[in-house]
Design a protein around this ligand. Structure first.
Ligand SMILES: NC(=O)c1ccc[n+]([C@@H]2O[C@H](COP(=O)([O-])OP(=O)(O)OC[C@H]3O[C@@H](n4cnc5c(N)ncnc54)[C@H](OP(=O)(O)O)[C@@H]3O)[C@@H](O)[C@H]2O)c1
Length: 269
């Protein structure tokens, strides 16, 4: 069994990247506190993690769209009286489409899930993390944070927020025990495309996407090394590097054209 490193709370741990990160953390000796809405899937992750780490897993079925979701999760985690040494803000969702076609409500809900929930949860749990000699905050952003992107603007904006907030908070906390890392993955083969209604781009995502396990390995490694930011995958790192050199006007045209080209509404025009 790996050496016990305390407990990690992971949001969106029922499937995809959140599940893979939970299991990777278990391999590194963390017990896991898991949340999402799908109870059966959460129980599956919990059982797998227990087998790996030898530590009891805990889970909470919680809809993050509920108004008091962050405080319910924080109180549950604190009430468990475990040593909380890691928080992973992973749960998130995309929404693909023209801004005027997508409803205001679904875009505002996504902003809440991707931005307000991580902020509220982090604010509530930082005092517990700061009590530990060494602890970690791992926030999941996206490569979409690096460029404006037509048809994905509110999502990419929400992920740019996660990236900038994470890096800012890291500087504020650098003299203390909490290390902040932000992960900016490219495409990952998960349920994300279906939830984001991006089935027209599913083939592309599968062709160029990484497995959640590969992303989780790089994310956890970067976190434990105390890195500020990581883009998993060599090809993605090269792309992100180029995005940093090219003019924004060129970047945004190139990024937008791929998404616009595949949009069913546009194809029908
Ligand atoms: N897949 C990609 O290409 C990609 C690329 C870059 C970044 N990311 C980011 O990676 C993170 C994980 O996404 P994924 O690819 O693993 O997607 P996924 O397979 O759709 O998983 C999303 C997870 O979030 C949970 N979740 C979604 N809405 C929720 C809600 N209202 N309340 C509670 N939990 C909720 C889901 O659990 P339940 O449905 O059981 O509640 C699930 O566990 C997201 O932040 C995403 O933006 C993904």
């Amino acid at each position: 069994m790996p050496e016990n490193r305390g407990y990690a709370l992971i949001t969106g741990a029922s499937q995809g990247l959140g599940k893979a990160i939970a299991l990777e953390l278990a391999r590194h000796g963390y017990g896991v506190l898991l949340t999402a809405r799908s109870g059966d899937a959460l129980r599956g992750t919990a059982a797998e993690a227990e087998k790996i780490s030898g530590l009891p897993s805990h889970l909470l079925e919680q809809d993050l769209f509920a108004p008091d979701a962050a405080s319910v999760i924080a109180q549950w985690a604190i009430g468990l009286n475990v040593q909380l040494t890691c928080l992973v803000n992973n749960a998130g969702q995309g929404l693909w489409g023209l801004f005027t076609v997508l409803s205001a409500k679904e875009q505002l809900d996504m902003m809440r899930l991707n931005m307000a929930i991580p902020v509220a949860l982090t604010h509530a749990l930082l005092p517990a993390l700061q009590k530990q000699p060494r602890s970690y905050l791992l926030n999941i952003s996206s490569m979409t944070a690096y460029s404006p992107m037509a048809t994905f603007g509110v999502y990419s904006g929400s992920k740019a927020f996660v990236r900038l907030w994470s890096r800012s908070l890291r500087i504020e906390l650098e003299k203390g025990p909490v290390s902040v890392t932000v992960v900016c993955p490219g495409s990952i083969i998960t349920g994300f495309t279906q939830r984001a209604r991006m089935m027209a781009m599913d083939q592309l995502a599968r062709k160029f996407g990484s497995t959640p396990e590969a992303v989780a390995i790089e994310a956890v490694k970067a976190m434990l090394k105390g890195k500020a930011e990581v883009v998993p995958g060599l090809l993605n790192r090269i792309t992100a590097g180029l995005q940093g050199i090219l003019p924004v006007a060129l970047n945004e045209r190139m990024a937008s054209s791929i998404y616009l080209k595949h949009l069913p509404e546009r194809g029908a025009e």
